[in-house]
Write a protein of this length. Sequence first.
Length: 215
Amino acid sequence: MDALGTVAVVLVSFVVGVNLWFLAEYLLHRFAMHHLHGKGIMSREHLEHHVKAGWSFDYTHILSWLGVGLVGGAILLPLGWLIGGWTVGIPLAVGWPVGYAFYEYQHAMCHLRPPTNRYQRWVRKNHFQHHFGAPMLNQGVSVGWWDKLFGTDDMPEKVRVPRRMAEGLGWIIDADGELRPEFAADYELVGTYGTDERQAGIDRAKAFASVAPDD
């Protein structure tokens, strides 16, 4: 194989590795996190995230990245090596954790920063429809084609965001707690601010049932 062919194989293998993560992201999100309704640590931690719309970094993100990397090294590296030697095995194994790191970054930025381009605008709207409109749909965070393939995509004209949960998305509201006008085409605030013990219990129960929160 000439140099150009080798580069092409490496690039294709890397892209396949990234997209294998995107498929795993969809499947894990849909089945291991939502369908289990809180059974197991992965589902429980994820659904606690649905109770509030905020995002914070902790050691579990580092452990998750290391775990994903080990999966790539333990499974994809030898599998790719058997298929086509190092030009397939190494980039395939590297693409997998790179895809995961991309997902982690985009997910964090959804909750922490406003969009700056068309892709980021889609990621946020897609993800918050999953949070507030249809938790059993829009399971892909990084890309939307697996949702389209499996019929789990849902994109309304505007995503309804409960005011009591909008505080976890600081970028979407202004100092007065109102929706910033630049996001009015994609979102609308509903309900009232503040929550009591009863509402907090309802929100948690609905999150663990993978049901949209009340307005």
